[in-house]
Design a protein around this ligand. Sequence first.
Ligand code: PLP
Length: 404
Amino acid sequence: MTYDELFNSHLDALRDEGNYRVFADLERKRGAFPAAKNYHEGAERDVTVWCSNDYLGMGQHPDVLEAMKTAIDTNGAGAGGTRNISGTNHQHLLLEAELADLHGKEAALLFTSGYVSNWAALSTLGGKLPGAVILSDALNHASMIEGIRHARCEKKIWAHNDLADLERQLQACDPDAPKIIAFESVYSMDGDIAPIEAICDLADKYNAMTYLDEVHAVGMYGPRGGGIAERDGVMDRVTLIEGTLAKAFGVMGGYITGSEALCDFIRSFASGFIFTTALPPAVAAGATASIRHLKASRIERAAQKRQVARLRARLDQVGIPHLDNPSHIIPVMIKDPVKCKMIADILMDEYGIYVQPINYPTVPKGTERLRFTPGPLHSDADIEHLVQAINSLWQQCALARAVA
Ligand code: PLP
């Protein structure tokens, strides 16, 4: 068997399960989000994007674009090196100060993505603190799981958002061992939210530190967009808050915030921070502009809430079942990978609606879904078009309706 035959046999298995991924070939249109162009089999069509993580449309915001253009004109394209060797640009320090302020922490540290920040920070904490134990929520993101795996320390998985199970597992730990409770605020696939304050209470009781991924919350929750911990008034109780610049802030990059000592520790020991080129200064400048805007403006957050509530209400009216949760994420459950992709294909081809089918391994098999993320730039007419389209497809695909 050749290597290519070997690769293809694995790909064929994915195809047979209905889990082979096909990417939409999109061209975003400046200033027109959520409208985009889709290239498909030699043709071009206009689509409305319904599954973007540019949750507030900040990737098209004039302040962000202007800051990036100005920084390119001033600083050029790349950073020119790792943070240690010539790559630290003033824009990075401005952004780190902005992030520390956003989360009410002493310091912040930038990474090239949210994935890298989780991977680097968790692997360093678990790997460098002697005898460390990481207690990880069962539904944590792949980047946290990989970081924990790479730490090669003891790990305990606690049932998702289950405080009793977390306490049981904390009780079973050596009281003198460094303990890290790792969890998210908004879980991206189900859209449910962690009880942060109660987790911090347990952390205090058992002398553990808390590691909170706010990737799907920063920019969108709290009076200044500091996330769920800010909304709940508990930012100061969380040891480390991790986030991304790539979702509601609309640009790219990841970060951690915490005490000076914590950030200096990760800066000094994390391979994923030390041995990679720093973000381009223009990316940092765009992110700073976005964070500053969302600290001051509540317009985007209010409009997002309105459109999320509107889509949920319309889905309820036509009996389309969706997961009930307190966040901005609306998962419509299909529970079959082939049907999920088929519905997404028809939405794109016949209605100009782009929603990516979410299949295994992003979600467990049997929980395949369409994940809608309404934002402030979706109009009421966009919502109506979407609901009518799903409603008619539901009939064609003989899917069960929610009982009113
Ligand atoms: N953490 C969570 C919970 C995520 O869902 C994601 C990703 O998409 C990440 C981290 C990674 O963030 P980024 O896309 O910036 O790499």
